[in-house]
Design a protein around this ligand. Sequence first.
Ligand SMILES: O=C(O)CCC(=O)C(=O)O
Ligand SMILES: [Fe+2]
Length: 323
Amino acid sequence: MSLAGSASATDGAFQDIPVIDLSCATSPNDSERKALAHQIRDACMNVGFFYVKNHGISPECIDNVLNVIKEYFGLPVEEKMKLYHGNVGNFIGYSPVLDGNAEPGNSGDMREGFSIVWEELEPNVNAMAGANTWPKRPERFREAMLTYYHAAIAVGKMLFPFFALSLDLPEEYFDDKTRNSAARMNAGHYQPQTGPVDDPVVGIGAHTDFQCFTILWQQPGIQALQVLNSEKKWIDATPIEGMLVINIGDQFARWTNNVFKSTVHRVVNRNDVDRYSIPLFFGSDDDVIIEPIATCVSAERPARYEPVIAGEYVNQCLKTLFY
Ligand SMILES: O=C(O)CCC(=O)C(=O)O
Ligand SMILES: [Fe+2]
């Protein structure tokens, strides 16, 4: 069946989130790579979320970033507000609790975050100055954040060829569209929250992500992320030690004419402990025009989206989130 045809046959009534093993992602064996692409296609068409194991990010890298973000978010709010993203610009820097509001009608997200974009770890005199801004403490914040950032970028770069294969496209299809890695990382801290789940203030209200896909590290042992299936049932995306969560975002939904699902999710930290997570939103280069690709369009499944310029689209979405 064509991609467009099989996409129309999916019902999205998933009850759990699949686990995909990336250990053969670097295999030279074509049939192993195709088998992996098939698993990814199924997950993207039916759920829009999957866990990955054997992703290559070391536990040490994760421990280091977790330690610095815990310390950073523990600083007084006045100190953190010195790098408020509204003053820094370009949605980079600190966002306090209730600053963002992902779900229209809610009163704000019970979450604080710190956002960065691409920057080389070793400053290069020839490179353009990074747009990022860094707090004075903790001392190793920049190093640990950027080390994790680049490790997660490597996971994203590893995944793009499999997304292409799973869309019946050549493996290198996305290469010239993702040269500059328009990838934004947002370390987040959620305070413990008690009370009814449908309070107008939750960790992050129901939303979809904007970019192609998100690579999410979430703190083990704390259930808070939930994913909405087509029966309007919230399915827990329980953290699994050693694994990352990958979810499809709106850029990919547009590009694939909804063959890949950008699935609604939310975070509710109804636990008596603080929770930390690190999503990295991986988009295409800013100047890429995103419009439904031919393998995802058919007579029965005409294009559902107008073309958009990737960078402008993401910027518009970020404005809606914060203002
Ligand atoms: O913290 C999480 O688990 C998910 C965060 C999220 O959905 C987002 O930042 O878009
Ligand atoms: Fe999200």
